[in-house]
Design a protein around this ligand. Structure first.
Ligand SMILES: [Zn+2]
Length: 285
């Protein structure tokens, strides 16, 4: 936790989920998945990620996205309209290769550069971002926030996009954590919403306003760093999420929230995917 919440005990190590969400659009039956969690065959990540998962973070993937889909009789090769990634860190991208030609991959503004810029693998042998991760012809990068034909304000958020065009699911531009970070606001009932907040923050104490993001010295570069690419932007977005959370009919769910995961497990039972990583040094998450 010392890399996430300022003042944490250096020995405070926690086991957290990497959640993946299957979302079904009620009126059309279209299925979308938000994030793919951690892949089972971790040796197929880039060498740098594999090494990290081997030596620094222990991951357990007893049931991956595909096992969960099979349980629900959903065929990944034909039944999923889109995968929306909150961002492209390895604990969110899973294994996109098993989805068929009908599935498109949606990434946030600026995320493409991570996959295809000079710092991606294999150009950069030490990169966490694999240029081979997504099929380019089925990958859609959302336009920048300056494109007002795509983005519009909603509540505290200046940039959201109504995905199905019927106000049932909004993609929220959520800058700060990582280039292309987005959240989803999903209507789960007539007047009930879930805000899937990805890595807006990694710990509910920060969401609750009783903890702050840890800042520490990166031994490799000698510079200070934190869990976010741009701390200031991340904090502005966090404040907006906190505003939404004040509403009684909005449940905010962080990708790595263990307490919510456990309560959802009680609600959905064994069909709920069980993916964990042990937070040992998750400065990249
Ligand atoms: Zn993460």
């Amino acid at each position: 936790m010392k890399y996430f919440v300022a003042g944490s005990d250096p020995n405070d190590v926690r086991r957290v989920p990497s959640m993946s969400w299957l979302l079904e659009h009620e009126s059309t039956g279209q299925k979308v998945i938000f994030d793919l969690g951690i892949r089972k065959d971790i040796e197929r990540y880039t060498p740098a990620v594999f090494e990290r998962l081997h030596n620094v973070i222990k991951s357990e993937v007893p049931e991956d996205v595909f096992a969960s889909l099979t349980q629900k009789h959903i065929d990944p090769s034909s039944d999923i309209r889109a995968i929306i990634f909150s961002h492209l860190h390895y604990d969110h991208v899973g294994d996109p290769s098993k989805f068929g030609p009908k599935t498109e991959f949606i990434i946030g503004p600026g995320a493409k550069q991570l996959l295809h810029g000079p710092d991606s693998y294999p150009c950069n042998a030490f990169s966490h971002f694999d240029s081979r991760l997504l099929p380019q012809d089925r990958t859609v990068e959302l336009p920048p926030a300056t494109d007002r034909s795509f983005w519009a304000p909603l509540g505290p958020f200046p940039d959201v996009h109504d995905f199905f065009g019927d106000q049932s699911m909004y993609i929220i531009d959520a800058p700060g954590h990582c280039p292309g970070h987005v959240n989803l606001l999903v209507r789960s009932d007539a007047n009930q919403w879930m805000l899937l907040a990805g890595d807006t923050t990694h710990d509910t104490r920060i969401l609750d306003g009783v903890g702050v993001t840890a800042v520490y010295l990166d031994e490799k570069t000698g510079r200070s760093k934190c869990a976010h690419h741009d701390k200031e932007l991340a904090e502005i977005h966090l404040q907006r999420v906190q505003e939404m959370r004040k509403l009684e009919n909005v449940q905010v769910i962080l990708a790595h929230d263990n307490a919510i995961y456990n309560s959802l497990y009680d609600r959905f039972g064994s069909g709920l995917q069980t993916q964990y990583s042990i937070a040992h040094d998750m400065s990249f998450l």
